[in-house]
Design a protein around this ligand. Sequence first.
Ligand code: WTA
Length: 654
Amino acid sequence: MSEIQTKPVFKPNKEFAKTARIKNMCEYQALQDEAMENYEGFWGRYAEEKLDWMEPFNEVLDESNFPFVKWFNGGKLNVASQCIDRHLESRKNKAAIIFEGDRGDKQIITYLELYYQVNKFANLLKEDFGVKKGDRVVIYMPMIPEAAFAMLACARLGAIHSIVFGGFSAEALRDRIEDAEAKVVITADGAFRKTKPYMLKPVVDAALEGCEVVEKVLVVERNNEDVEWVAGRDYSYNELIKDKSAVCEAEPMDAEDPLFLLYTSGSTGKPKGVQHNSAGYILWAQMTMEWVFDVKENDTYWCTADIGWITGHTYIVYGPLAMGATTVMFEGVITYPDAGRPWKMVEEYKINQFYTAPTAIRVLHKTGEDEPKKYDISSLKVLGTVGEPIDPPAWKWYYEEVGQSKCAIVDTYWQTETGGHIVSPLPGATPIKPACATLPLPGIMGEILDPETGKKVGVNEKGYMCVTRPWPSMIRGVWGDPERFIKSYFGDVKKDDKAVYFTGDGAIYDEDGYITITGRTDDVINVSGHRMGTAEVEAAIKKHWNVAEVAVVGKPHEIKGEGIFAYVVLKSDNGVADEIEEMKIINSHIKQEIGNIAVCDDIVFAPGLPKTRSGKIMRRILRSIAKGEEITQDISTLEDPSVVEKIETMVKSK
Ligand code: WTA
């Protein structure tokens, strides 16, 4: 615990603080007090101030059917209009999106141009495919501007988009398409990675084999490689868009109409379709952009995430555009052609806020420690990190070399379900400590609770990171499964006998009341900032005919944060002839079922798994063995205690 207490503290840059939206801790506290004293008044004030309503709301929060809550009842708005139309008067010629392609190609899309592109896209979906309010549209796209146009076009029509990360396999894509019952898939032939073309359309073709729900596929031709076309199903965006009108009325949406679904891993096998609705989501996306990144009118902001993840949704597209900012979108790989690529881009576009993941920071640190020095990166003001706990050495390098010891580092803690940041420093106000998410944002009732008593834990006591009141951008449901929504998020912790939202993460307070996130408390591992349910990986491995049993755990990994470690018991009892070959076969199963991101770093072919007499696999023991830790728990009550020693020996000899 002493590690946390002795962390150095870095005060906000004084010059920066002078013009920041929240300038000091008194202002922070005043906002937090206002929210505590008059929760609905606080949120109602911001909803009126920040959003352009087509019809005003008549109630701020309806909790009568908790946890199915409603924000801003009666209000009508359109999220695409929030992101585009309302900026046309004062910012029509401002860059909305600056796009840099993998091969260095560039495109600057102004707000007016974005308006036309999105309207044309919406007209295409409406006129040619019959897409209307409430329909689900799956987007399986590379990082190109058309991906953002597609999202906003759906929002304009009131269709619900569900983006599937381009690294997911055909199987994973099909599962998500079927669960969402999507009638349209938007994809691209492919794109470029490290200057070479790679393909997406063939994955869509494979996913749609035997899939009845999808009627049409729209293909953006990006790399112009040959792809198969299914007549009557597949259409070229580049062709259809040509004759579309650049005017399309925005659909008036109820505040609580769904905006999108985004599938994420949970602790059971099947991914959950996290549902976000219109008004609350866009409000918090905009407010956190303004508070946490403090983007100013002439700033250029870059988030390196992929739009396939929530960070790409909220902090590449919706948040920046809702506030009228300039957002950079990058197709390429940040370490290609070398680890100076991001700093070269910072220099060229004079980027002011840079937001990335600890994995990326570790890679850039490891492979290009001195690269930031080679470029003029003095434009940077705020650096962000998200997705996993950041380790102090990476933090230090980020702060000193990239931030030149003058930029605030905002260690933003949040998740797909929270829609936007919930715990984060404010760059002009919060004194920061390395690898610490610090304090709940104003309006967020974030507390670390003891799951047994529901009371706030004391200093240095580990507890569960919870939010005790619903907030506007909170998950509204798990698509098609209300029971799972309640069970996954409101089943574990009660405060004053009332269920509260539990994030699934453990956390700890230091003596200043600062929050440090310690990681997941469930069977979800965090690989390069991507959530991966161990049950999902296990299910993929089990599909291999020769696998009898499997248990997957996380193991610390130098670059990825956590790597995937699998214990596999084979059916054939004549041992493994060629471990490397067998490992390849198992990993190819995973690639097929989920995608490259779920490939195992280590596989041990075990003679059996440690189980209790009732047959429960003792994952804690397996985690300790994977980490090379001493086994401290009593193993004498296991079904077969000798298996532990056998596995330990196998792992040690690897
Ligand atoms: C983890 C990503 C420590 C956490 C936005 C959470 C973090 C999961 C941080 C959500 C952080 C995210 N410090 N851990 N700053 N940010 N996490 O849904 O375990 O892809 O539950 O959303 O990432 O991952 P998700």
